[in-house]
Design a protein around this ligand. Sequence first.
Ligand SMILES: NC(=O)c1ccc[n+]([C@@H]2O[C@H](COP(=O)([O-])OP(=O)(O)OC[C@H]3O[C@@H](n4cnc5c(N)ncnc54)[C@H](O)[C@@H]3O)[C@@H](O)[C@H]2O)c1
Length: 320
Amino acid sequence: MLVISEQDIIKAVEPIELVSAIEKAYIIQDKASTNIPNRMHIDNDENTLLVMPGFIDSVFGTKLVSLFPKNTQENKPVLNGVMVLNDARTGEALAMINGNKLTAMRTGAVGATAVKYLAPFGAQTLGIIGAGVQAYHQALIVIEQRPFRKLIICDKNLSKAEVVKDDLETRLENIEIIATDDSNQLVIDSDVIVTATSSSKPVFDLDMEKIENKVFIGIGSYKPDMQELPLSIYKKTEKVYVDTLHAKEECGDIKIPLNKGLIKTENIIPFSTVLTSGELLEESSIKIFKSAGMSLFDLTVAELIYNNAKEKGLGQEVSI
Ligand SMILES: NC(=O)c1ccc[n+]([C@@H]2O[C@H](COP(=O)([O-])OP(=O)(O)OC[C@H]3O[C@@H](n4cnc5c(N)ncnc54)[C@H](O)[C@@H]3O)[C@@H](O)[C@H]2O)c1
């Protein structure tokens, strides 16, 4: 079995390959041989364990993710994970992969894929609300999708936004990066807004006149009672795109407006249809994409990481 660490993942894959792996996931999502059960969500007090299994033609695997909100008090990551990848022909375990980096990179690529298909080609300013692990990876991969000139990072805790700004400045060239704690101004100033927070309540509050023609990519807030987007936004758009229809039960940003009759169930559109229908989307409207996350993304990205790691001689072979 190949043990693939965080550093191995960083060396193994490029952003463009990650976006292709996410596109592959959407294309095979409805194939008969793709078997992605709803993830198991186990709550234990304020902590959560997610068990995310799945099968595609070539591989199957399981990601175990723990979400421990109080870890922030100890300066530790809220999310920890590990993924076991198996050969679909023999069942043998091929690899054990660092689940934190895998999750962050594949989620960055999910946001980036939504931006690739939904954002206006002239988008210049990217705003990211939340300055945690996901925000950093969203920035690195989303930024490649359009000729963005400015990146605004917002956190309710300004010092966190400043840390992410400093980290990104060492990685991104030719882009102005601003740190702020003013999420409303970020939304006004940005063409594309990614929300990647752990918030339970909407992360901005604006007159809807100020949010014409913007693209919103909802990444955070993973429970039915959690929201990042204000309800008023749904009056401005008919369709909402989701990575998986499971978002209707799992994510407050879909479930709450649905229950209040602000969006119709038939207008919650699987994002895979954007790729498979070749439908050209109108540029002049608000667009919303909400990610619940699914093991299919982990599988296509883990397979990419494993194949590249083998090719580049990365990782550590161990017998178990
Ligand atoms: N969609 C997916 O597939 C997927 C994958 C991984 C994580 N997530 C979710 O993404 C979210 C972020 O994950 P993370 O690992 O970056 O967490 P994190 O704790 O590292 O970062 C979250 C940040 O959000 C900030 N925040 C909270 N409320 C805010 C508000 N109202 N305004 C501005 N900032 C606010 C916090 O201060 C923190 O810095 C979590 O909800 C997580 O469950 C989603």
